[in-house]
Design a protein around this ligand. Structure first.
Ligand SMILES: [Zn+2]
Ligand SMILES: [Zn+2]
Ligand SMILES: [Zn+2]
Length: 333
């Protein structure tokens, strides 16, 4: 008998393909739902490489070119393939290099293709940086400038210390977020004479405190599109003095919880996109597509494991193990 996830006799609803993907770089769903999501441990680091960099080729001319013209133009820049090529919403082209030769060519690029179209070239600031967490008591009392100065030979360009709430005041912790001027974080760094392990930093999704929507902060809230909204009932903001008449409704998923709920399916989805974005080092748009693909992939009927029935008394663990085995095998066409 074949089963659908969440169906009768099937695995529980929280059993998700995300959990059993054979891509080693993904955190499991269990990890992604843990409270400690921000400091997610991902055993996935590669050593820092100077061959991977993100560039944007922009300008009116590039936006008019079709996919074949772009492909030919890229071949004029480098005979090797670029690791990632994607269109941004603006129509500009985002590229990830795979060699120092490609980096040098792009840095000196002034025109594109055989008919020398005028283009602009810039590095993508956000994608060429990465963030990691370290825990180190020895630097707890130092100011940020001293720490940054001590670490800048290891490409650290920014340091932030996390705080925690204690008796209504914020106190410093030994946890620091380091920003590296490199798309890849090192697995460990030298803090003075100590060697300290790093963990990938996966930021929490942004939520705007004005319109309550996910994906931007109040600084970037578009007042033409979004109006100030009550975080409890999702209706236009009715002032603090007036008690919220309810009923409770989320502006992001229309579910019956406040818009700030961390259990909101849209919030969880944004967390998953962030985890993919950071672990795979890809832009947001591609991370969203990747998540869609992972959720969409359902094993073909002949590959589905047998459901555990009451008589066989199989545990869910063994069911899951079977299921993992079956989906990591490629289907025969
Ligand atoms: Zn907003
Ligand atoms: Zn309200
Ligand atoms: Zn919601």
């Amino acid at each position: 008998m074949s089963v659908e996830s969440g169906g009768p006799g099937g695995p529980p609803d929280d059993f998700n393909l995300y959990n059993v993907t054979h891509r080693g770089e993904m955190p499991t769903l269990k990890q992604s739902q843990s409270r400690n999501y921000k400091a997610l441990k991902v055993a996935f680091f590669t050593h820092p490489s100077d061959t991977e960099k993100y560039f944007v080729i922009g300008g009116e001319e590039i936006r008019k070119l079709n996919i074949f013209e772009i492909h030919r133009g890229l071949k004029c820049i480098s005979s090797e393939n670029f690791k990632i090529i994607t269109r941004l919403n603006s129509g500009d082209l985002l590229l990830q290099t795979s060699s120092t030769q490609q980096i040098d060519c792009l840095k000196n690029l002034t025109s594109f293709g055989a008919d020398k179209k005028a283009v602009t070239i810039s590095e993508n600031g956000a994608l060429n940086k990465s963030q990691a967490i370290i825990r180190c008591r020895e630097i707890m009392k130092l100011d940020m400038e001293t720490i940054q100065e001590g670490l800048n030979d290891q490409k650290v360009v920014h340091v932030q210390r996390l705080k925690r709430r204690e008796n209504n005041t914020w106190v410093d912790t030994a946890t620091h977020i380091l920003t590296f001027d490199s798309p890849i974080c090192p697995a460990e760094i030298n803090v003075g004479y100590l060697v300290v392990k790093t963990e990938l930093y996966i930021p929490s999704p942004f939520r705007c405190v004005i319109c309550q929507r996910l994906g931007h902060t109040k600084k970037r809230c578009d007042s033409k599109k979004n109006t100030p909204t009550c975080g409890y009932c999702a209706k236009p903001l009715h002032g603090n003095e007036e008690p919220c008449p309810g009923p409770v409704k989320c502006v992001n998923c229309l579910g019956n919880h406040p818009s700030s709920s961390r259990a909101c399916p849209k919030f969880i989805e944004e967390k998953e996109i962030n985890a993919i974005r950071v672990t795979m080092r890809i832009p947001y748009k591609l991370a969203r597509e990747e998540l869609k693909k992972r959720k969409f992939v359902q094993p073909a009927a002949h590959m589905k494991p047998t459901a555990p029935d009451n008589q066989s008394k199989k545990t869910f663990a063994s069911y899951k193990a079977n299921f993992c085995k079956s989906i990591t095998k490629k289907p025969k066409n």
